[in-house]
Design a protein around this ligand. Structure first.
Ligand SMILES: *[C@@H]1O[C@H](CO)[C@@H](O)[C@H](O)[C@H]1NC(C)=O
Length: 328
């Protein structure tokens, strides 16, 4: 009899412990992508694009089609600001077809697109971009606020960065933002950071990549996003993330800092010529103030990042070796 109470207590503690583990485990939606037979993974990254083909969006799309075919890409990542100026007005907004379906028409781009939201998307009907109605219109479309993509050798964590930015709440100017789903901002952000940290800690993948719309490190027009520098960057550093991939600044950019590659691919349409700030030359590997996109091809032992202009010329190439000893 004397043994029963502690045992019951122990069981109860055990159950509580398991329940807590469950609650604190990543609650982000998870998608899986199987690797090609050769064990490699290739994808394109484009950001800040939806302008019905104008500002060279169509030229960038055409070159993406050619490079996509050459690399036999597995999928496309969009770093957000999918539809200008103010996202979509609703599920039936023709901008979806005019700026996405009718623009990225190449056979090689008929793959899954993994999209995050940018600040301009938040100025429209956010729920429309997240809606399965769009996926029924174009099966490539997958947009979620934050999610995980498990591609065997690489784990991607997509982060909804817009709600981090104080300015949009405190000084929105003439813009209105659709904050449905982000009502309790403080909790939303702290839960999200916990989920991102948990996902990265649980990941057994060789490569860890975080994708968001806003910059962390950038010499571009918007520059550093101080809220992300303060709250997201420490999580990336603690979890040995290899790359942070973003848009927001309408340029192509590579900053290599403290073992993390900060890759900006925000050249999907309108670019901001000449609009740049100083950045430590030792860290700044590329700054290109025109339009274009990025490709990544990775295996277990190496990742090769390339940036292209509107003519498909290679602007910058960077290889990242993955030493077996450093692997998690
Ligand atoms: C389109 O790209 C060409 C070639 O780089 C450039 O000269 C032109 O200014 C671009 N057009 C726009 C509208 O950005």
């Amino acid at each position: 009899m004397g043994m029963q109470i502690p045992f019951k207590k122990l069981m109860l503690l055990h159950i509580i412990f398991i329940a807590c583990l469950r609650l604190s485990a990543a609650e982000l939606q998870r998608f899986e992508h199987r690797l090609k037979h050769d064990g490699s993974l290739s994808f394109l990254v484009v950001g800040d694009w939806g302008r019905r083909g104008s500002y060279n969006q169509s030229l960038v799309a055409y070159q993406m089609g050619l490079i996509g075919e050459k690399l036999e890409i597995d999928f496309v990542i969009s770093t957000g600001d999918n539809f200008y100026e103010d996202g979509l007005t609703g599920e039936e907004d023709p901008a979806f077809l005019d700026s996405f379906t009718s623009i990225y028409t190449a056979p090689s781009l008929q793959k899954q697109w993994y999209n995050v939201l940018g600040n301009h998307d938040y100025r429209g009907d956010v729920e429309a971009q997240l809606s399965p109605v769009l996926t029924r219109k174009d099966s490539r479309w997958l947009c979620s606020r934050s999610f995980i993509l498990d591609a065997e050798i690489a784990e991607f964590v997509f982060v909804d960065t817009t709600p981090f930015v104080d300015e949009y709440f405190e000084d929105p100017g003439d813009s209105t933002y659709d904050w449905r789903g982000v009502y309790r901002r403080k909790e939303y952000l702290s839960d999200l950071l916990k989920d991102v940290d948990g996902a990265l800690k649980n990941s057994k993948a060789k490569w860890k990549i975080v994708v968001g719309h806003h910059t962390i490190k950038s010499a571009g027009h918007h520059g550093v996003t101080k809220e992300l520098l303060l709250r997201l960057l420490p999580i990336l550093e603690e979890n040995n993330v290899d790359m942070y991939v973003n848009g927001h600044d309408h340029c192509l950019q590579h900053i290599s800092s403290n073992g993390i590659e900060f890759l900006t691919s925000g050249g999907g349409s309108k670019a901001w010529r000449g609009d740049r700030n100083w950045w430590c030359p030792e860290e700044l590997k590329l700054y290109y103030d025109g339009q274009g996109f990025m490709s990544v091809k990775m295996t277990r032992s190496e990742a090769v990042v390339l940036f292209y202009d509107v003519h498909g010329n290679i602007l910058h190439k960077w290889s990242i070796p993955k030493e077996p000893l450093k692997a998690a």
